[in-house]
Design a binder for this molecule. Structure first.
Ligand code: NDP
Length: 280
């Protein structure tokens, strides 16, 4: 009864938390989205353009970015600019933020979403890959946040960090990737505290996603698991609305919130279930 009561209270608190999303609030908003040539980032660019936001998108492949920007321009009358950059290059994160601030005349949202490719296999002892992935998936986020913070303070803006359930729970086959997501949750969780203690007007939203049906994710897990994947366009909309309503943490799909809430209650069964999700 106690357990049911706790879960019920948490459910009600979760469902009622935060303001409702007003699409008008994004009209003219200046948004930088990373990893926007494909997957969830690309879908976010389309939603934002539809809401009338001004977007700068970035990723490595310039030709693909150009196509995404052109589609944004059709969906919304506002600016849709792009800049090619490789987040493995330590000088690119700052260069991208400066480009966006310069072209948009400031910034309201910094949406950190990109990830570098990483194998879906048991760890083979490759430390160098994890070091490289840390730069792409983690350190570049810090560099961009640092560069954007003074501008975001002026605009009462937001940083939106796209994270994963794999930043909350360890799981097989993703050691380097999961490390970068745990690092993100830890770092930006701390920054949330510190900005609140300084009474800063900059908000940070951390989005925790389950499996999403992007091409890259589906390619990795095909034949390995039957976990249900959720639509990238819905995930993208969820991230945007969570950022626009300044939630500190959000979950898509929603039920992963409850899984995270009770994940340490029965560790043996949790770990057995996690391993049984995969064919090996
Ligand atoms: P994708 O692999 O589909 O897209 C990754 C994006 O990052 C692409 O635009 C890619 O473009 C860009 N990118 C890759 N390497 C670099 C680099 N070195 N420098 C700059 N940009 C780079 O990812 P998803 O859409 O699947 O995931 C988006 C976010 O959602 C990630 O943060 C991921 O961790 C999170 N997430 C996804 C889940 C899923 O199941 N899909 C589950 C949980 C979380 P290009 O190749 O042109 O550089």
């Amino acid at each position: 009864l106690l357990i049911v009561g706790v879960i019920g209270a948490a459910f009600v608190a979760f469902q009622w938390s935060g303001p409702t999303f007003d699409p008008e609030s994004l009209k003219g908003a200046r948004v930088l989205v990373t990893g926007a040539s494909a997957g969830i980032g690309e879908q976010m660019a389309y939603h934002l353009a539809g809401f009338g936001a001004q977007v700068v998108i970035t990723a490595r492949r310039e030709k693909v970015l150009q196509q995404v920007a052109e589609k944004c321009q059709v969906l919304g009358p506002q600016k849709a600019l792009y800049i090619a950059a490789d987040m493995a290059n330590p000088s690119d994160p700052e260069r991208v933020v400066k480009f966006a601030v310069d072209k948009l005349g400031g910034l309201d949202y910094l949406v950190l979403n990109h990830i570098g490719p990483s194998p879906f296999t048991m760890w083979d002892g490759d430390v160098e890959h994890t070091r490289w992935l840390m730069q792409v998936n983690f350190l570049s986020y810090l560099q961009m946040a640092k560069t954007a913070l003074p501008t975001l303070k002026q605009s009462k803006g937001s940083i939106v960090v796209v994270s994963s359930l794999l930043g909350k729970m360890s799981s097989p086959f993703v050691a380097p990737y999961t490390s970068t997501k745990f690092a993100l949750n830890g770092f930006f969780g701390t920054l949330q505290h510190e900005l609140a203690m300084q009474r800063s007007n900059v908000s940070i939203t951390i989005c925790i996603l389950g499996l999403i049906d992007t091409d890259s994710a589906m390619e990795k897990v095909r034949g390995m698991t039957n976990i249900q994947a959720w639509p990238a366009s819905e995930a993208a909309l969820h991230i945007i609305t969570s950022g626009a309503t300044q939630q500190t943490e959000s979950y898509y799909p929603w039920f992963w919130y409850y899984v995270c809430l009770i994940r340490d209650w029965f560790p043996y069964f949790r770990d057995m279930s996690l391993r049984n999700l995969y064919k090996y």
